[in-house]
Write a protein that binds this ligand. Structure first.
Ligand code: HEM
Length: 569
């Protein structure tokens, strides 16, 4: 705290000036006027060696569910309470934008949905959300099973070779395998492009072998490079990437620019192809297309064919798209590319991470693995999952959501207040809440919410069945507790059922558009893996270290021993 005492004899005017200066300095040093909010004085050294979100959990237990984290001149409000999260994400959502996250992601995703400011976001969301309609999702199940089938066949072949040499298990980095699988799925689902990364060796090794490999390599590298870059940027006080010439002078930035260009060129080509075969029609008609006969069921196809999405008035030259018409028409094509890029990144590593942590948790809980396999045997036998059978794979679905509870992707949601606001105090918080000024940076810690001892029994334990047992908890003012009837027909628990105690896909208007896609994809992939194989961790669980970019991933891979199920012949 800075104390500034006026000793001036010039009267109240000078004293006021000094007091104001003192306040300004105090605010600056403590990161803004956040009144009586508890403060966690974050030492940068607290963060060394472990991800930020874990340190935020310890401070949550110490300082409560709304606290200010001050790192020198930089400060964030950290929110770990469902009532406050609901206020920021839903009730007063349009008073916030993505703040630091937009600064970090805009160079990558442009004006894509995730970083977009509210004015850009509103019309784009209206265009994209209908693309995830029921028939599209149903048709995607085939894409999920086909791609997962390729992964399973690959494991079977490797295992067969191993058995011929007298072995019974193969050692695999399943995180890398899931990453390839999720990339293949997102490529096909969003823009009907088959990366084929599951069936190729790691694209990181096979660089520049052919134009196709180099393309895959570039895209994968760009995705990982991007996430690494995002993590790096989010922990840096100085936005070094904004320095003039940084993109040319700093080698990593140069590489980053090259990766981005590769992705953009690829997406431009795909948009061009889709436009050449455009069949314009109304949204309702598109949503009722016969998907069983559609060669290209992708989201890009939907967005290009949709009447009103003004994408055909353009010229193509040197692989770039130029629009002949006025500036207004220029927006849709560029934004389309930004949105595809956003979905490629948003839908790839997140889903891979869910599968990674689901296996990590199951491998430590063999009885749950057996229970899951028993359900799979009953529902699927040796067959593949279908849209209808997903409804019967209840335990697998609960494993997916429990994995997302324990390892939410991303663990923190980032916001910045556009105007001053009054945050509710939250459960056990200050009764009259906290006033925050415009420009306040906020972390809504989904990780803390999902492991809050106030809202979950044994919060750190892997207990998929907990979602069946969760009942309305009484006595917490302002929080409605758990109640499945609030979201009738939902296949998976969500933020509505839990009144924001469980929000793996965020909540409110900026909730994930791909949530059902991702949940079904994870359920299919997990069911098909466990249908055939038993999985064990290669080393002790403690050796699997966590690191974060936009998601929680492992430091050195999820190394597992994979073998044929002993109880199926
Ligand atoms: C937004 C999580 C998969 C596309 C979000 C948000 C979360 C999230 C938490 C909200 C971010 C915020 O409020 O700041 C996840 C997880 C996934 C997943 C955990 C996988 C398990 C996908 C997939 C797609 C996708 C497969 C697309 C096919 C998006 C988009 C947004 C978004 C476009 C921005 C929505 C908007 O602002 O309107 N995602 N996501 N996500 N996600 Fe996902």
């Amino acid at each position: 705290t800075i104390r500034c005492q006026s000793t001036s004899t010039d009267g109240p005017k000078t004293r006021n000036l000094l007091d104001n200066a003192s306040n300004l300095l105090t605010n600056f040093l403590s990161g803004g006027s956040l009144g009586s909010m508890p403060v966690a004085e974050g030492a940068v050294s607290d963060l060394f060696g472990r991800p930020l979100f874990l340190a935020l959990y310890d401070w949550f237990l110490e300082h409560g569910s709304v606290y200010k984290l001050a790192f020198g001149p930089k400060a964030f409000v950290v929110v770990s309470d469902p009532i406050v999260a609901r206020h920021i994400l839903r009730e007063n959502a349009f008073s916030y934008d993505k703040g630091v996250l937009a600064d970090i992601l805009e160079p990558i995703m442009g004006k894509g949905l995730i970083p977009a400011d509210l004015d850009t976001w509103k019309p784009r969301r209206r265009v994209i959300a209908p693309g995830f309609h029921a028939l599209y999702l149903e048709s995607m199940v085939k894409v999920f099973t086909n791609c997962s089938g390729r992964t399973i066949s690959k494991f079977e072949e490797l295992l067969e070779r191993e058995c011929l040499q007298g072995g019974e298990a193969i050692e695999l980095n399943l995180e890398a395998e899931f990453s390839s699988l999720a990339l293949d799925i997102i490529g096909l689902g969003v823009f009907n492009y088959d990366f084929g990364s599951v069936t190729k060796e790691s694209p990181i090794i096979k660089v520049w072998l052919s134009s196709n490999h180099s393309l895959t390599y570039s895209l994968l590298r760009a995705v990982y490079g991007t996430l690494f870059e995002a993590e790096h940027r989010s922990t840096f006080y100085v936005p070094y990437w904004k320095f003039p010439l940084a993109r040319w002078l700093v080698p990593r930035q140069r590489k980053f620019q090259k990766d981005l260009k590769d992705i953009n060129d690829c997406l431009d080509g795909l948009i061009r192809n889709a436009k050449e075969t455009r069949q314009e029609t109304d949204v309702e008609k598109l949503q009722q297309r016969d998907y069983s006969n559609l060669k290209d069921a992708s989201l890009l196809r939907f967005l290009v064919d949709m009447r009103g999405a003004d994408v055909d008035d353009c010229q193509v030259s040197n692989g770039k798209i130029y629009l002949a018409a006025n500036e207004k028409d220029f927006i849709p094509t560029v934004e389309l590319r930004d949105d595809l890029m956003t979905m490629l990144i948003a839908g790839h590593e997140t889903t891979a991470a869910v599968l990674t942590w689901a296996v990590f948790l199951l491998a430590q809980n063999p009885s749950k693995m057996k229970k899951a396999q028993a359900e799979i045997d009953t529902v699927l036998g040796q067959g593949r999952p279908t849209f209808d059978s997903l409804k019967k794979l209840e335990f697998i679905r609960l494993i997916v959501v429990e994995s997302l509870r324990l390892f939410p992707q991303p663990p923190l949601l980032i916001r910045r207040s556009l105007k001053s606001d009054s945050l509710p105090g939250g459960h056990k918080g200050k009764k009259d809440g906290y006033a925050i000024p415009a420009g306040t940076d906020i972390f809504v810690s989904v990780y803390n919410l999902h492991r809050s001892p106030y809202f979950w029994d044994k919060p750190h334990e892997f207990e998929p069945e907990r979602f069946l047992a969760q009942r309305n908890s009484e006595g917490i003012e302002g929080w409605a507790g758990f109640d499945p009837s609030r979201s009738p027909g939902a296949l998976y628990p969500n933020e509505i059922i839990s009144d924001f105690a469980f929000l793996p896909f965020g909540g409110g208007p900026r909730k994930c558009v791909g949530d059902q896609f991702a949940l079904m994809e994870s359920t299919v992939a997990l069911a098909m893996l466990l249908q055939k194989f038993d999985v064990e961790l290669k080393g002790p669980p403690e050796s699997v270290e966590q690191v974060t970019g936009a998601t929680i991933h492992t430091k050195n891979g999820l190394w597992c021993r994979v073998k044929k199920r002993s109880d199926v012949h």
